[in-house]
Design a protein around this ligand. Structure first.
Ligand code: DLL
Length: 433
C-alpha cells in the first residue's frame, strides 16, 4: 500500500509480536497506575494485589474492573495518572444524567488517538488525495476532534464542518468535492435525504463514509450507501478509552479491528464478570496499555459484542469485534421481556421503512406499554394512505415475531420525527421520567 499512514508492521504484526507488546505494556501500565493513581491502587489492595502479581496477560483477569460508577466517584481528577501540567486536553461524554465523564490527554495520548483514527481512514481507502468532510460534532465530543486529527495525519484536505447547518454541509460537499464523509449514521441518512430533496445527489463526489458513535444495522448501512452512492464503514470508540478509532472496519467489513497495540480487549459475562472464550457474546472490556494521562484498566464498556480472530483478507492481524449488539444498560425490560432497540430497527428496515422512528415506553395501570412511531416515506404517504391500518397491522406482527411481545405501531407523516445532527435520540422511556 502506498498510503502514508498505513502502519503495516503494527497492523499486520504476528500474533507473537502482538502478545509480546501487550505483555510488556500491561506490566508497565499496572506499575504506573499503582504508583500514580491512589484510587486504583486501593482497588488493587482490596483484592490483595500488588504489581508483582501481574506478570503478563495471563494475570489480567485478576485485576479489578473499572466501571462508569468509578469514574463518577473519582470525578474529576481521581483517575489521573499524570500531573495536570503534563495534560493538554480534555474531552467529555454527551451524557445527560449524573456527572459527565471527563477524559484527559497528554500530547502523547492525542498523538496515539489520532494515529488510531488515521488507521481507520486509511482502512476505508483514504489517502492524501481525499477531501475529508468531518461532520461529527466538535468540542467536548470526541467525534470531530478525533477524525479531524486522523484526517490531518493521513494528509487529506480536512473540512472541519462539525454537525448541523445541513444546507452549508451540502454546499461545501458539492463545491469542494468531498470524497469521505465522517458523521453519525443517523446524520448520514439525513444528509442523504436532504441531498435527494435538493436534487443534488448527482453532484456529490463522495465515495466512502466513516460512521459510528451510535448503534446502526446492516440494513441502515445499505440505505445510506444507496442514498449517498458510497461504501459505508463502521468505526467504534468511547471517550473513556480515547474516542473514535478504538476499532474500525477494513474493506472486508466483517467486524472492526481493535488497535491491539494500544488496547487489550476482553469479553466477559456481564452478570458474573467471568472472561468468555473467543466467539462468545458478552460485555466488552478494555485495558489501555499505552495511554499516559487517563489509563483505564479493565474498563467495562457495557457494549455487548463478540470477538473474532479469524484471519482477515485485508492482512490486518488485530482481533475483530462485531458491531455492538446493544448495551447491557440500554436493554429495556418490557413486561419482563428483554428488548434491545436494535431489534426494533432491524424489523423496521426489513419491512422497507426509512430510518426515522421513535420508541416510547410507558407504564399504564401498572403494566408496561411499548409504542413504536414510524415515519412513512413520502411515496408511502401519498400512495397508500388508505392502507395505513393494514400496514400497521403487518408491522405489529413482524415486531411480535422478533420481540415476543405486542408493540403498538403508529405510522406518522414524513418529516414528523425530529432529525438528529449527532447521536439520534430514538428511545423515550417515560417510566424513568
Ligand atoms: O461515541 C466516540 C465515537 C465518535 C465513536 C465517533 C465513533 C465515531 P462516546 O460518546 O463516549 O464516544 O460514546 C461511546 O457509543 O460505548 C457505544 O455504546 C456507542 N458507540 C460508539 N461507536 C459505535 C458504533 C463516542 N460504531 C458509546 N456502533 C460506546 C455502535 C457505538 N455503538
Amino acid at each position: 500500500m502506498e498510503q502514508r499512514y498505513y502502519q503495516k508492521e503494527i497492523e499486520c504484526a504476528s500474533r507473537e509480536q502482538i502478545l509480546a507488546w501487550q505483555n510488556e505494556r500491561l506490566v508497565r501500565q499496572v506499575k504506573n497506575v499503582w504508583d500514580n493513581v491512589p484510587y486504583y491502587r486501593k482497588k488493587m489492595e482490596e483484592k490483595g494485589l500488588t504489581p508483582a502479581d501481574i506478570k503478563g496477560l495471563e494475570d489480567l483477569y485478576k485485576l479489578p474492573f473499572l466501571t462508569k460508577n468509578d469514574l463518577r466517584e473519582a470525578y474529576p481528577y481521581g483517575l489521573l495518572a499524570r500531573p495536570l501540567k503534563d495534560c493538554v486536553r480534555i474531552q467529555s461524554t454527551s451524557g445527560t444524567t449524573g456527572k459527565r465523564v471527563i477524559a484527559f490527554y497528554t500530547q502523547h495520548d492525542l498523538d496515539l488517538w489520532e494515529d488510531c483514527c488515521a488507521r481507520a481512514i486509511v482502512a476505508a481507502g483514504g489517502s492524501n488525495e481525499d477531501v475529508c468532510h468531518v461532520s461529527y460534532g466538535y468540542g467536548l465530543f470526541t467525534g470531530g476532534p478525533g477524525l479531524n486529527g486522523g484526517s490531518h495525519k493521513v494528509g487529506c484536505l480536512t473540512l472541519p464542518m462539525s454537525s448541523g447547518n445541513t444546507d452549508r454541509q451540502l454546499q461545501f460537499m458539492v463545491d469542494l468535492g468531498s470524497t469521505i464523509l465522517c458523521c453519525t449514521p443517523s446524520y448520514a441518512a439525513y444528509l442523504a435525504e436532504s441531498a435527494a430533496e435538493r436534487g443534488i445527489r448527482d453532484q456529490l463526489k463522495l465515495r466512502a463514509g466513516i460512521f459510528g458513535a451510535e448503534a446502526w444495522s446492516e440494513q441502515m448501512r445499505h440505505e445510506i450507501e444507496k442514498g449517498l452512492g458510497i461504501k459505508a464503514y463502521d468505526i467504534y470508540g468511547l471517550t473513556e478509552i480515547s474516542g473514535p478509532g478504538v476499532s474500525f472496519e477494513c474493506s472486508e467489513q466483517t467486524g472492526m479491528h481493535i488497535n491491539e497495540d494500544h488496547f487489550i480487549a476482553e469479553v466477559i459475562d456481564p452478570n458474573t464478570g467471568e472472561v468468555l472464550p473467543e466467539g462468545e457474546k458478552g460485555e466488552l472490556v478494555f485495558t489501555s496499555i499505552t495511554k499516559e494521562a487517563f489509563p483505564l484498566l479493565r474498563y467495562r464498556t457495557r457494549d455487548i459484542c463478540v470477538l473474532s480472530r479469524k484471519p482477515c483478507s485485508c492482512g490486518r492481524t488485530h482481533v475483530k469485534m462485531s458491531r455492538p449488539m446493544g448495551r447491557s444498560d440500554d436493554m429495556l425490560i418490557i413486561k419482563g421481556v428483554n428488548v434491545f432497540p436494535s431489534q426494533i430497527e432491524t424489523v423496521l428496515l426489513e419491512q422497507g421503512y426509512p430510518v426515522n422512528y421513535q420508541i416510547i415506553v410507558d407504564r399504564v395501570n401498572n403494566s408496561d406499554t411499548l409504542e413504536v412511531q414510524v415515519e412513512m416515506s413520502p411515496e408511502m404517504f401519498s400512495d397508500q394512505l388508505s392502507q395505513v391500518a393494514e400496514q400497521e397491522k403487518q408491522l405489529v406482527n413482524a415486531l411480535k415475531a422478533m420481540l415476543g411481545i405486542y408493540a403498538k405501531v403508529r405510522l406518522v407523516a414524513p418529516k414528523s420525527i425530529q432529525r438528529s445532527e449527532g447521536k439520534a435520540v430514538r428511545l423515550i422511556d417515560k417510566r424513568k421520567i
